[in-house]
Design a protein around this ligand. Sequence first.
Ligand code: RTP
Ligand code: MG
Length: 135
Amino acid sequence: MSERTLVLVKPDGVSRGLVGEVISRIERKGLKLAALELRNVERSVAEQHYAEHASKPFFESLLEFITSGPVAAMVVEGDNAIAAFRQLAGVTNPVQAANGSIRGDFAIEVQYNIVHGSDSTESAKREIDLWFPGV
Ligand code: RTP
Ligand code: MG
């Protein structure tokens, strides 16, 4: 079933020049871009985006990181797009992420794990409404 997911190339991925690599993997998988924009993240957007982690010890450093430079935000669509992109990304901690995944291939520290992808249909709807209202 076709669905949509919110993907971010985080500031580490943008500064390392990995936007094209991430988009290439998305497109080679057969997923499509429905929206794409490079933008600086306002703190209020970051807080809403990561609201589920507000009580975690890493919340403040996560907000600082995600607002530290531009991100490439995109809406990606296709069959099972949410799970398909999470598979492309690999698990949260890059040390455990499989080789061949984005995190497994390009990252080593949990905070600097290159990409974000929505984790459920509810999260995807909430995040797309936050990042791309009206899309
Ligand atoms: P994301 O939301 O960014 O797609 O990543 P995720 O679902 O795989 O992981 P999640 O549990 O939602 O965590 C969000 C982001 O917080 C950072 N993190 N830091 N220092 C830590 O222990 C820690 N744990 C998580 C990561 O950047 C993670 O992607
Ligand atoms: Mg998450």
